[in-house]
Design a protein around this ligand. Structure first.
Ligand SMILES: Nc1ncnc2c1ncn2[C@@H]1O[C@H](COP(=O)(O)OP(=O)(O)OP(=O)(O)O)[C@@H](O)[C@H]1O
Length: 367
């Protein structure tokens, strides 16, 4: 997959700006708060129909404007495709080859991006929510069925929690409606757990090898931890029924995949407790490159890699390993305040774009 051009209209601090990109390495250079990450956000919006920074449409629209437009010319499955997202306060509209696409699941898939930000370095020690978000967003990109089922599950979960509140207020016990919601959620969870397990198995296999390549000696293992001993509709439903009284008392669904997590170990020891800062960086790096590889395996093409200010967080060895692994294979966008610290070979081959106050002020290949 390749992004050839990007056109921004009233997007964040860009009034009107067009970019054309290198098939391999693109470096966006500029001082802080000039609009480098905004470009990556626009690319991810183009790919996924949603921002990685905000759920608010208003935030993406330039101050004092009513809408913003992000358009891109992309090569997907070896064919040229135009993708466009229009953001207004009324919502977002997405277009493929100028055709209005009503369902997000029909829009995504043309362009896959993997984002690596400094925040990702807290993946190991951060809350389980971060790790669930990672697997959910990555599986969603390669599986429209997962995307559909996970959003249906969250809708049911909200509905169930609201209904539990009603029952709590009325001092009522579980009834037929609660049973129906629980049954639907149990069935969906079986499917979602199986898909998460298959994805994490792939992630484990690939990142295990990559972790060794990065130069770490320990053995990395990543497992999906479900709270259910038996993953079947009957067993999950039985757990729900067992919890009815407690759920009503606290007006919340105590069990479910919204509580699951990843178990990350080094040589059999819990990485959240024992991994050093350097080991954690290597684990996250291995996971991110594994995600790139998973897209290639599942979709048949490499995704686009977005490295937001992350190179400065990696030491020279890890930086070199990362760049070697993606070299001449993966279209990559790097944001940085300075090219110092990025290997000279990489810089000289890259297209360098200088950003100042929401404008592309200079672009060049050499130097
Ligand atoms: N809706 C908006 N309208 C106009 N400007 C905006 C909007 N949203 C953000 N900005 C501006 O965008 C700039 C931030 O851009 P961005 O996050 O891309 O910075 P950056 O170049 O990546 O900086 P850093 O190196 O600090 O990460 C800020 O100046 C901010 O005021």
């Amino acid at each position: 997959m390749l992004i050839q051009t990007l056109k921004l209209t009233h997007f964040r601090n860009y009034e009107h700006q067009t970019f054309s990109f290198d098939p391999f390495i693109n470096i966006l250079i500029g001082d802080n708060a000039q609009g480098k990450t905004n470009v990556l956000e626009a690319l991810a919006l183009l790919a996924n129909g949603r921002s990685f920074k905000t759920a608010s449409n208003q935030e993406m629209i330039m101050f004092k404007q009513d809408f913003s437009v992000v358009e891109g010319a992309v090569i997907s499955s070896e064919k040229p495709v135009t993708m466009k997202v229009v953001v207004s306060n009324a919502g977002k509209r997405a277009f493929i080859n100028k055709k209005d696409i009503a369902k997000l699941s029909d829009y995504i898939g043309y362009l896959n991006v993997i984002l690596f930000q400094p925040e990702d370095l807290s993946l190991i020690q951060g809350s389980p929510k971060l790790r669930r978000k990672l697997i959910d967003s990555e599986i969603t990109k390669i599986s429209p069925i997962y995307m559909y089922n996970i959003s249906k599950y969250h809708k049911l979960l909200r509905e169930r929690n609201m209904y539990l509140k009603t029952l709590q207020k009325k001092h009522a016990s579980a009834d037929a409606y609660l049973a129906v919601l629980s049954e639907q959620m149990a069935a969906l969870q079986v499917d979602l757990i199986h898909r998460r397990q298959a994805f994490v198995k792939l992630l484990n296999d690939i990142s295990h090898t990559l972790y060794g390549y990065i130069g770490q000696e320990e053995s990395l293992s990543i497992q999906y931890m479900t709270r259910y001993k038996e993953v079947s509709k009957e067993a999950i439903l039985a757990k729900y029924e067992h919890n009815y009284e407690r759920d009503i008392r606290y007006a919340t669904t105590t069990d479910g995949i919204q509580k699951d997590d990843l178990k990350i170990d080094l040589n059999g020891q819990d990485a959240t407790l024992y991994a050093s800062q350097g080991q954690q960086r290597s684990i996250v790096l291995a996971i991110k490159i594994a995600l790139v590889e998973i897209v290639r395996q599942e979709v048949g093409e490499y995704p686009v890699l977005l490295l937001d200010d992350v190179l400065s967080e990696l030491d020279d060895i890890r930086k070199t390993k990362l760049l070697n692994l993606i070299e001449n294979k993966v279209q990559t966008f790097i944001t940085t305040t300075s090219v110092e610290g990025i290997h000279h070979d990489v810089v000289s081959r890259a297209k360098k774009m200088y950003i100042n106050h929401g404008k592309l002020v200079k672009e060049e290949y050499d130097g």
